[in-house]
Write a protein that binds this ligand. Structure first.
Ligand SMILES: CC(C)(COP(=O)(O)OP(=O)(O)OC[C@H]1O[C@@H](n2cnc3c(N)ncnc32)[C@H](O)[C@@H]1OP(=O)(O)O)[C@@H](O)C(=O)NCCC(=O)NCCS
Length: 153
């Protein structure tokens, strides 16, 4: 697995990965905007033959980082890609001066909750009805936090 910084030129690859993971998906323009916005950064995982395997987008502003989105190709899950992306993003967030990393996750997202718990995130809040999905009732978000100073860079 190869991890590279995600660039705006990767937005089409990111959009394919996002559409396989989320409904509604973000467009390539949405993803490029998130990457190019204030404090934005990302990591793209590729297989040895350069196929896009997964990505994470985040931002770090005023000492706090936030994960904006994370997705792994459905055929490549449970292979360590998600955790590798998260750890890489934590390192970049530290380099960008962040002391803590936050994210929101749907409370019915068993895989993501397990990944974040394994990575050391802890629940610090809840947002009622945060996720609105087509044809389904809203789902609460858990707000999770990771202390970036509690680990070696
Ligand atoms: C969540 C997601 C990114 C995880 O990516 P992944 O590459 O499969 O994760 P990893 O292989 O690195 O898993 C690391 C650990 O997380 C936990 N985990 C990951 N997926 C899990 C699952 N389906 N069930 C239980 N635990 C899981 C396990 O502890 C796993 O370690 P193990 O495989 O040694 O048991 C992936 O499932 C995904 O893209 N989901 C759809 C998009 C999404 O929900 N993104 C997060 C939004 S907040």
């Amino acid at each position: 697995m190869i991890l590279d910084p995600a660039r705006p030129a990767d937005a089409a690859d990111l959009a394919v990965l996002h559409a396989a993971a989320f409904n509604p998906p973000w467009t390539a323009a949405d993803l490029a905007q998130a990457l190019g916005g204030p404090g934005g950064f990302g990591v793209l995982a590729r297989t040895a033959d350069r196929a896009a395997a997964g990505f994470i987008l985040a931002r770090a502003i005023a000492g706090e980082a936030e994960v904006l989105t994370l997705a792994v190709d459905p055929t490549l899950r449970r292979g360590g890609v998600g955790l590798a992306l998260l750890v890489a993003a934590e390192g970049l967030a530290r380099q960008n001066g962040a002391q803590a990393m936050f994210l929101e996750v749907a409370e019915d997202n068993v895989a993501a909750l397990a990944l974040y718990a394994r990575a050391g995130f802890e629940a610090v809040g809840r947002r009622r009805g945060y996720y609105r999905r087509p044809g389904a009732p809203p789902v609460d978000a858990q707000v999770l936090r990771l202390d970036l100073n509690s680990r070696r860079p």
